[in-house]
Design a protein. Structure first.
Length: 270
């Protein structure tokens, strides 16, 4: 969600990978984990437009407001996920964006993951007032900016994007996931509830709104966010205790290496 609150800072991204996890049968899709230096204008531009049109659907019906909010969204995505300063080795500040693309390259969905200092009810560092608040605050993963193209909804793509981010959070050794959604967005709240998330608190924040008059095209208006939480299931034992299975080519190379060692050993004996 593109809102102005103390919990929107983010950071470093892992190397770009293509996920083999199951995807909904809406088209031939690829879920790609994006890193700081992997995004370019060809992707950032349609991604910004899709995100703005989903988060501000009513306002984006007007061409001028759509361009203004797309520009604001592009700046937010760039600073949150792709800024050079986001490349940090520590867990705090780490971030990642999962993007869903069709075979022809069309961007049809995205979902972000951020690691921030948060309380169990989703309050960030600037909202902590007491010693007890600071004792409850720690590094927690936050799901953000979940969007799906209007013609690809209700087919499981949003759930696939969420599952991918949750799997990454587990890989980062977290056992929970938080998210924030506007209280007026009942459809999204229902989706998150079906995915196992439950309400843990309400937070006052601000959201951008486009104006077609005056010098300031984007203004901020108050809004209320609902923070929701889910406990993440543990990774399968194989993922924790065993290395991933080798692809066929790697298996062949390893078998050939063992045969070559045995052959060298028998030749030495002769």
């Amino acid at each position: 969600m593109l809102v102005r609150s103390p919990t929107l800072a983010s950071s470093a991204l892992p190397a770009i990978t293509h996920s083999p996890r199951s995807l909904p049968l809406v088209a031939l899709l690829t879920l790609t984990r994006l890193e700081c230096d992997s995004v370019d204008e060809a992707l950032l531009s349609p991604l910004s437009e899709l995100t703005a049109s989903c988060l501000f659907e009513e306002e984006c019906a007007a061409d001028f407001k759509r361009r203004v909010l797309t520009a604001a969204t592009r700046e937010d995505l760039g600073s949150t996920y792709f800024a050079p300063g986001r490349q940090q080795e520590s867990t705090i500040g780490r971030s990642m964006l999962v993007c869903a693309e069709e075979e022809d390259g069309r961007v049809v969905g995205a979902c972000g993951l951020q690691v921030l200092i948060l309380t169990p009810d989703g309050r960030g560092e600037e909202q902590l007032r007491t010693r007890a608040d600071w004792q409850d605050a720690r590094e927690r993963p936050l799901l953000a900016n979940l969007v799906v193209a209007s013609d690809r909804r209700r087919r499981g793509l949003g759930r696939s994007l969420m599952r991918e981010c949750e799997a990454v959070a587990r890989e980062w050794s977290f056992d929970e996931m938080l998210l924030k959604v506007e209280v007026r967005n009942r459809d999204a709240i229902r989706l998150y509830g079906e995915c196992g998330y439950s309400e843990v608190g309400l937070i006052e924040a601000e959201r951008p709104r486009a104006f077609d008059f005056g010098l300031e095209f984007v203004r901020w208006e108050p809004t209320t966010l609902m923070c929701m939480r889910r406990e993440l299931p543990p990774l399968p034992p194989r993922a924790l205790d065993q290395p991933p299975p080798l692809p066929p080519v790697a298996k062949q190379r390893r078998a050939y290496g063992r045969w070559l060692e045995r052959w060298k050993g028998s030749s030495a004996e002769v």
